[in-house]
Design a protein around this ligand. Structure first.
Ligand code: KG4
Ligand code: ZN
Length: 344
């Protein structure tokens, strides 16, 4: 059994965790930076990087202290090495390199998306490869067939905005505040999901890709018309997202071949109506549906330490020259899809 210290700093969450390969979480801490970014209605990369510098050293000490573990007792230090906001990624990775060097322990450079992809296994020991994963976060919207450690087949990605990004932009234009996802979900619960006619981009198309930019623009136009209440706009937007996710995931299930479960992960997986719709879809296919608990869906270091533990035990450690990467696709064979701002 190995013990891994994990660091996460790829977006606006600074996080540290101690996790064993036996799925024990000895300690896990997440320090959000919402207050610093709220005035701007979105994450400001330079502010995030600076905040990681300020928060991380104490958070590492507090995590070790809470678990009663000395740095010398860990088997490896894992950190997110990308993809993400490059300044923040560098802060966490450099910190991990320093700790690894000073303690004489190996470094494990973890792909943040691999952290999300493997996170359901941390709390669900019965989950077996291969499973179909819908990864929905502020930076990504992908369908991946998780075939094994380090083996991911990307079946779909967004051709423009990530789904969490769409939630955040809609929250901003409806004046609901930041972070947007939970605010839209709250407002939507008091609205009518059928009130506002909105498009379902790419629904019915033969490739299971996603697109949310047009939906967001439609919400903006509906808002400007002055005809609708914010609650009805939020509910109708959320319903359109649910319909897009379900339609695209249904197509991917048909394409994926064998899969043991339908799994959703990433920050947007905290959304109740999205979880419910995916659970129903899995039921239609006779598949178990799994969603990690909300604290494991949003960015955290337990998933990085856990992915680090699996990689460490498989002998996949990295040198101190491991690079920080703004882009790092999980499936290097996946084609770039056409679209204005296609994400890796
Ligand atoms: O995974 P995550 O914490 O960070 C990234 O890697 O991006 O995801 C953050 C995203 C944000 O866009 C946030 O608005 C969204 O997840 N989110 C939600 C909910 N909670 C968080 N979106 C919809 N409904 C929610 N309840
Ligand atoms: Zn994430």
């Amino acid at each position: 059994m190995s013990l891994i210290l994990g660091l996460e700093s790829s977006c606006d969450e600074t996080a540290v965790a101690l996790v064993t390969s036996g799925r024990r979480i000895l300690a896990q801490k997440v320090a959000g930076q919402e207050a610093a970014h709220r005035p701007y209605g979105g994450v400001v990369p330079e502010i995030a990087a600076r905040a990681h510098v300020e928060i991380l050293p104490d958070l590492i000490e507090e995590t070790l202290a809470e678990a009663g573990v000395r740095l010398g007792a860990v088997d490896a230090v894992a950190a997110t090495a990308g993809p993400g906001l490059i300044g923040g990624v560098m802060v966490g990775l450099v910190a991990a390199k320093g700790l690894a060097l000073s303690a004489g322990k190996p470094l494990v450079a973890v792909n943040h998306l691999e952290g999300h992809a493997l996170s359901p296994m941390l709390t669900e020991p019965s989950l077996a490869f291969p499973y179909l994963l819908l990864l929905v976060s502020g930076g990504h919207c992908q369908l991946l067939l998780v075939e094994g450690l380090g083996r991911y087949r990307r079946l779909a990605t967004t051709i423009d905005d990530a789904v969490g990004e769409a939630f955040d932009k809609v929250a901003k234009l409806l004046g609901l505040g930041f972070p947007g996802g939970p605010a839209v979900e709250r407002a939507a619960s008091a609205g009518d999901p059928r009130a506002v006619p909105l498009p379902r981009p790419l629904v019915g198309s033969g490739e299971p890709h996603f697109s949310f930019a047009g939906l967001k623009s439609a919400v903006l136009r509906a808002r400007e018309s002055g005809r609708w209440r914010a609650e009805d706009l939020a509910a109708s937007f959320q319903q359109a997202v649910v319909d897009c996710l379900v339609d695209r995931t249904r197509l991917a299930l048909a394409r994926a071949g064998e899969s043991t479960a339908l799994v959703v992960a990433g920050g947007v997986a905290a959304n109740g109506p999205i979880r419910a719709a995916l659970a129903a879809l899995a039921g239609e296919h006779g598949l178990p549906f799994l969603a990690p608990p909300p604290w494991l869906c949003t960015d955290n270091a337990a998933m990085i330490a856990w992915a680090g533990a699996l990689r460490f035990e498989a002998g996949l450690v990295d040198g101190l020259d491991a690079p920080a990467r703004a882009r790092w696709p999980l499936d290097p064979a996946a084609e770039t899809v056409r679209g204005a701002g296609a994400k890796a």
